[in-house]
Write a protein that binds this ligand. Structure first.
Ligand SMILES: [Zn+2]
Length: 255
């Protein structure tokens, strides 16, 4: 049976010299992979219609063989050509696709994950990129069932003190006595950073947070804090994340 769905290519691997194995994230079928034979020949089916992070309409046969479905055709609904040659944006696009792919299993419907990835990719034209990246990571942690609890101590439920502590081991905010008693390896963040993380976590869309631009320490502390959660709960190399952080925080001199 032929299936038609929206799909975002999240991984493209070459095989056999001229073919591609494309992994797509779809709203209805979750993560699926298709082999596209002769993808690198000049007159190929679907030529120029898909690339990492594009929004496509995909036609495929729901027949699985060795984990691959049979590709029929695809049309690009949104390309990311405007990002071509832009280092920061393309590095983040790759990281978002990698993170989304690692956050789900093949053929498990996850339309929320699909929607969040699409929103993040569509927002790649609007800096500051680090806020977009942190927003996406927080949303994925939530979809993964490991959202940091940022309101009360996760152990005794008291309100955060003047210097909040965060612990990925405990799953969020902890108070000093609980941290000491349970050896939760918590680290300090400032109250405004905690508030910033709460705002980012609540946002349904990655709106630019212009007020946070002026407070570098909030971004810096959030990068470290969310990194602990990503490292503990998501199946992803922290090296890949560090590269994404470097690209997201890179400042270019204005000519
Ligand atoms: Zn406590």
């Amino acid at each position: 049976m032929i299936a038609k769905t929206e799909a975002i290519p999240i991984r493209i691997a070459t095989y056999g010299g001229t073919s591609h194995i494309v992994t797509w994230l779809t709203p209805e079928y979750g993560k699926i992979s298709t082999a596209i034979k002769g993808a690198q020949r000049p007159k190929r089916i679907g030529g120029g219609q898909y690339d990492l992070g594009y929004l496509c309409e995909l036609l495929f046969y729901e027949r699985e063989s060795n984990g691959l479905h049979t590709f029929k055709d695809c049309v690009a609904l949104e390309s990311r050509l405007s990002l071509r040659g832009k280092w920061q944006e393309t590095a983040l696009l790759s990281y978002f696709c990698l993170l989304a792919g690692n956050g789900t299993f093949p053929f498990v419907k996850n339309s929320a994950l699909y929607q969040k990835l699409l929103l993040a990719l569509q927002a790649l034209d609007h800096p500051p990129f680090i806020h977009l990246m942190l927003w996406f990571e927080l949303q994925l942690l939530a979809l993964h069932g490991t959202a940091p609890q940022l309101k009360h101590c996760t152990i005794c439920h008291c309100s955060p003190t003047t210097i909040p502590l965060l612990s990925s081991k405990a799953g969020g905010v902890v108070c000093p006595p609980c941290n000491t008693k349970r050896n939760l390896e918590a680290y300090c963040v400032t109250p405004d950073t905690l508030h910033f993380l709460q705002v980012l976590q609540r946002l349904r869309k990655p709106l630019p947070l212009t007020s946070a631009k002026r407070h570098q320490h909030m971004s810096d502390q959030s990068i470290v804090a969310i990194g602990h959660f990503i490292g503990r709960w998501m199946d992803i190399s922290l090296r890949a994340r560090n590269i994404a952080v470097q690209m997201a925080t890179l400042q270019f001199k204005k000519k």
